[in-house]
Write a protein that binds this ligand. Structure first.
Ligand code: NAD
Length: 487
């Protein structure tokens, strides 16, 4: 007996199977100790999971079931996820260190499911088109078997963002959770089963890059829905490209919060407390470059230091904790290394910059505010994925826009100003997938995803759902077109 919790790592055709790959220890980043074990998939396990997902579409009624039935199943899943929130939050916090109190909200997973249920009801699945060349029937149907490959930073929500649109579209999905956080996906498989998702429609293979690549290469996988780093996204694209698999890539970011001279600094500080430093900075869209008027840099830095000081670091299970550790030793070392490079390159630290002295265990990093950051410096260009804000001063609005756009990433951004119209005008000039005006994120029904190296395609909203559908067009006879138009 290891004393560790044991979870399944391979879920195929509605049942847990003995995983034939290596056993993976899941480590609590607050204690640095293993707390759970999961078996990982072998190549044969991946083959079985993809075959079962394909069979479920070929033999089963799922792909052709009335939308109302699929919605009913997803509603039941939503209720089960809500009822299981304490357990899901516990495994989430233990896996990646988010404060339990924050984990309990499951990062609004209920909102994600609700958004997709609303969205599918707006989609026309069959339309008759008539033009001078004849009549056609345009049908939107499931793309087929989807591989959902996710990171560890927002367990439960990351997984549901792959599972829910896929199954609502009538696809089957094989999920590959992150090796840092494989348990939430395992619990969700059981909940899908209880909700009535037919056997084979959802499957799971645990493991690392090798298991992910086996899925990406698999000819039975028609679409890869990936969330993770830009480097992995590029690798996946190089494998999926030659076999022309459908690709949706949600990748990294280095998002700018542009603070115009008349901005409300309290609002800026509150926004960056939540969406720059929150989740220990481990949010893809985190606003980590703070682009500020040079004349107000000192004031902004003061407000940000005060906000950083309000974070309470400690045991994620403690009620008072607002900031947990980073997910791993590697992540902690990377963040501290980037801070040290920033200081070498001329930035100055207003607070933080190290590991907190009072926490002797766990991969914690103090919330850090750097200022006088040069736009082209490493800290302004590289994603830290830690609680580090880089304040970059500008002299005029043109330069602010240039700095915001001076990035290989284009995921998200924000513009703060007392004048909403002026903020929107500036936001329109920033080349990112999303941008918030006097706020930090965008509503769930808006398509989310990146320009440039932040990704390909979109999640959320009609656009996100659409990427799980394939168009098929049929040439009709005039009689058929007439009858179908009337139906
Ligand atoms: P990662 O790219 O290392 O891993 C993501 C997933 O891909 C994991 O499941 C991993 O096992 C798998 N993987 C790794 N190599 C693979 C390969 N060669 N083939 C197939 N699968 C492979 O990313 P991470 O460290 O887990 O997550 C952090 C990154 O994710 C950050 O860059 C962050 O910005 C990004 N992210 C983006 C979004 C978004 O919506 N744009 C959301 C969350 C996180």
């Amino acid at each position: 007996m290891t004393g560790l919790e044991e979870y399944g790592g391979v879920f195929v055709d509605g049942a847990w199977r003995r995983a034939r790959g290596a056993v993976l220890d899941v480590v609590d980043p607050a204690t640095e100790e293993a707390w759970a074990r999961v078996g990982t998939a072998s190549d044969d396990d991946v083959d079985l999971a993809v075959a079962a997902a394909g069979d479920a579409l070929d033999r089963g009624p799922w792909a052709s079931a009335p939308l109302s039935e699929r919605i009913e199943v997803v509603r039941r899943l939503a209720a089960l996820v809500q009822a299981s929130a304490p357990e899901l939050a516990r495994v989430r916090s233990r896996s990646m260190g988010a404060p339990y109190k924050a984990s309990l909200g499951l990062s609004n997973s209920a909102g994600v499911i609700g958004m997709y249920i609303d969205t599918v009801q707006q989609v026309a699945f069959e339309t008759v088109r008539r033009d001078e060349y004849g009549d056609s029937l345009v049908v939107r149907g499931p793309v087929g078997t989807v591989a959902g490959i996710v990171p560890w930073n927002v367990p439960v929500r990351n997984e549901l963002k792959k599972i829910v649109p896929a199954i609502l579209a009538g696809c089957s999905v094989v999920l590959k959770p992150s090796p840092e956080s494989p348990v939430a996906g395992a619990l969700l498989m059981d909940l899908c089963q209880q909700a009535g998702v037919p056997s084979g429609v959802v499957g799971l293979v645990s493991g690392g890059a090798d298991v992910g690549e086996a899925l990406v290469r698999h000819p039975g996988v028609r679409k890869i829905a990936f969330t993770g780093s830009t480097a992995t996204g590029a690798r996946i694209a190089s494998i999926a490209g030659p076999r022309l698999a459908r690709l949706q890539l949600e990748l990294g970011g280095k998002s700018a919060a542009v603070v115009l001279p008349d901005a409300d600094l309290d609002l800026v500080a509150r926004s960056l407390y939540a969406f720059g430093l929150g989740n220990s900075g481990q949010i893809c869209a985190a606003l980590t470059r703070v682009v500020v008027p040079r004349a107000r840099q000192a004031e902004v830095v003061e407000a940000l230091v005060a906000a950083a000081g309000r974070h309470v670091l400690g045991d994620p299970m403690d009620e008072a904790t607002t900031m947990g550790p980073l997910v791993s030793r590697r992540a902690r070392d990377k963040a501290l290394g980037l801070v040290s490079t920033a200081l070498d390159e001329g930035a100055r630290a207003a607070c933080g910059g190290g590991a907190p002295a009072h926490l002797t265990r766990g991969w914690f990093v103090e919330p850090t505010v750097l200022y006088d950051v040069e736009p082209g410096s490493t800290i302004a260009q590289e994603e830290v994925f830690g609680p580090v804000l880089a304040v970059v001063p500008y002299d005029d609005e043109e330069q602010a826009v240039r700095i915001a756009n001076d990035s290989r990433y284009g995921l998200h951004g924000a513009v703060f100003s007392a004048d909403d119209d002026r903020a929107l005008a500036v936001a329109r000039r920033i080349d990112t997938g999303t941008c918030a005006i006097n706020s930090f994120d965008v509503p769930l029904s808006a398509p989310f995803g990146g320009t440039k190296q932040s990704g390909v395609g979109r999640e959320n909203g009609v656009e996100g759902y659409d990427s799980y559908l394939e168009y098929r067009s049929y040439k009709l006879t005039p009689g058929l077109a007439e009858r179908l138009s009337r139906a």
